[in-house]
Write a protein that binds this ligand. Structure first.
Ligand code: FPP
Length: 254
């Protein structure tokens, strides 16, 4: 069954002069989806119109990641700092996962996509949690693209929570300081089991990380574009992947 949104956006990907090489596709792509507000302002629309159109760009990105053979796609949908926004905007943003999944879950299941969430469920409205939990449960056995929503996520909180948990274990004698290494820290972070992003994309021309995956991005390749998130399309995704493929990753070595 083809959902309305898939059908609308389901036309073939725009062809760029070049295409990404299929054998060197980043395994994990993380995206800071920025510029919804400015996209709307430029058109004289309310900010929430930018978020609504941003949801369609989420759809395109998921589809393109899947088509390219990306294994993990992490999307920064709401940060722990975004609560500072006006209540109307926060309420609208909180409804987007439910709206998106109501439209797309059947198709995601059909495409073998596994939905996950990373962030704190504390403070999230029950309808947001319920929609995500349903999607997570119904796609838990899927083996295709892992679609990881970072929602009510902040990297410093994530690291502090992990450190507190480790300290509790050490205090209780369940581990000793010598056991604390990168592997242990990786396991205690919300990404536990998901490899670090190979490629980080940020839209809208801002050149910062905004408290996103600070530990996990240590050796990721970063790609920034001036394009506002609601306009981000398949060709932009391909361009980011091609740029990634031109980079030589050295991980601090030669
Ligand atoms: C940043 O743009 C964007 C957000 C805080 C929200 C991102 C959410 C979406 C793209 C839709 C999410 C969809 C699903 C399915 C969860 P901004 O508002 O800060 O833009 P600005 O910097 O131009 O003001």
């Amino acid at each position: 069954m083809i959902s309305r949104l898939w059908a609308k956006i389901g036309k073939p990907s725009p062809q760029t002069a070049e295409s990404p090489q299929p054998d060197r596709v980043p395994q994990h792509v993380a995206i800071i989806m920025d510029g919804n507000g400015r996209w709307a302002k430029k058109r004289g629309l309310p900010r929430i119109a930018g978020h609504h159109t941003g949801m369609k760009a989420v759809k395109r990105a998921v589809k393109e990641a899947d088509r390219l053979g990306v294994k993990y796609l992490t999307l920064y949908a709401f940060s722990t700092e975004n609560w500072k926004r006006p209540k109307d905007e926060v309420d609208f943003l909180m409804k987007l996962p439910q709206q998106f999944l109501a439209l797309e879950l059947d198709e995601l299941i059909e495409k073998n996509v596994q939905v996950r969430m990373m962030g704190s469920k504390e403070d999230l409205p029950s309808y947001t949690i319920d929609a995500l939990e349903e999607a997570i449960a119904r796609t838990a056995d899927n083996t295709g693209l892992v679609l990881n929503f970072a929602l009510n996520y902040g990297s410093r909180k994530e690291m502090l929570d992990a450190v507190k948990e480790i300290a509790e274990d050490a205090k209780a004698g369940r581990l000793s300081p010598e056991d604390i290494d990168e592997q242990l820290m990786n396991a205690r972070l919300l990404t536990g089991g998901i490899p670090d992003p190979d490629l980080l994309i940020r839209t809208s021309g801002e050149l910062r990380l905004s408290n996103f995956m600070l530990w996990q991005l240590a050796y990721s390749e970063l790609w920034f574009t001036d394009v506002y998130w609601p306009e981000f399309n398949e060709a932009h995704f391909q361009e980011a992947v091609m740029q990634y493929q031109r980079r030589k990753r050295r991980y601090g070595g030669l």
